[in-house]
Design a protein around this ligand. Structure first.
Ligand code: SF4
Length: 304
């Protein structure tokens, strides 16, 4: 659904999961894209040149911020090329990662505005129960902390994503979040999606009330200048511009994914007309914010 008359997309931010494979197996994952792999993209990803064309089409269409995701995007050998292309096209760049493969280098910092680290728990038992492990081992609290410090040191904006599930709903992450100073902390209610994580029958899902309790318990974190952004299932539905690894927009408004044709075949406006995307919900969930604002001196200096 393109914005009436202007030809521009209805929202300014877009998510592009570039790489279906992942080195973790989170039980709540709503980005498995096994369906995409089985039906249209056996490799689980486009070629580097196709992915670069996708980035170019998104920039030309008027998207101002692009978030590369997966699977695990740091498995993709051409992630750096995609970041460079988006950066040179004037887009704000972000990468969502499980944190297991990131090396924060000057080369990365030159083209990356935001690193979004998924941190659901600091308990090895909970992380293991969630499947948030590589070769059976979860990342340690020290590893997460040191990654956050590297991100600050490199002058990259830090965001933390936490998915609230049955396994971590009683955990208290506030002290860790305050200490690691993300610019934004997104707290997401586990979203059941048929065809991805089993839908509403998934035993890790939490009720609205359990989610609210988690958010309430952590709300004081905002006093430290951290933008705390809770998103329940309703806020996450129909409010994101999302591509799949094949370059197709998709929406989640029916409890499973509905895909457009690939933007490589029909272009961005025609593909957007084939899915549901609600700008008012995008605005209501805080999707539009000052994502290129300079880093506060405190966050930069904290780990120098
Ligand atoms: S790390 Fe992310 S993409 Fe990989 S399984 Fe977990 S939630 Fe899914």
């Amino acid at each position: 659904m393109a914005e009436g008359g202007t030809g521009r997309p209805p929202v300014e931010a877009v998510n592009f999961p570039i790489w279906q494979p992942c080195n973790m197996r989170c039980g709540f994952c709503f980005a498995r894209f096994k369906d995409v792999r089985e039906e249209v993209l056996p490799a689980g990803h486009l070629t580097a040149s196709e992915a670069l064309r996708v980035v170019g089409l998104l920039a030309d269409a008027g998207f101002r911020k692009i978030t590369f995701a997966g699977g695990e995007p740091f498995l993709c050998p051409w992630l750096g090329d995609l970041l460079r292309a988006a950066h040179h096209a004037g887009m704000t760049t972000a990468v969502v990662t499980n944190g297991s493969l990131v090396r924060v280098t000057d080369t990365l910092a030159a083209v990356l505005d935001w690193l979004v680290v998924s941190i659901d728990s600091l308990s090895p038992q909970v992380l293991t129960a969630l499947g948030r492990t590589t070769a059976g081992r979860p990342l340690s609290e020290d590893t997460y902390r040191s990654l956050c410090e590297d991100v600050h040191r490199a002058g990259i904006r830090l965001k933390i994503n936490t998915v609230v599930t049955r396994a971590n709903r009683h955990e208290d992450l506030a002290a860790f979040v305050v200490a690691t100073e993300p610019r934004r902390w997104k707290i997401l209610q586990m979203l059941p999606i048929a065809g991805q994580n089993g839908g509403p029958g998934n035993a890790l899902s939490v009720t609205d009330d359990e989610f609210r309790q988690f958010v309430r318990r952590h709300s004081w974190v905002a006093r430290y200048g951290i933008d705390v952004v809770p998103e329940n299932n309703d806020a996450m539905t129909g409010s994101y511009a999302m591509l799949d690894p094949a370059g197709r927009f998709f929406d989640n408004v029916r409890g499973s994914y509905t895909y457009s044709a690939s933007i490589l075949r029909c272009g961005v406006p025609a593909a957007l007309r084939q899915i549901t995307l609600d700008r008012s919900k995008y605005l209501a969930r805080g999707g539009q914010y000052d994502w290129s604002a300079p880093l506060p001196v405190l966050a930069r200096g904290a780990t120098d």
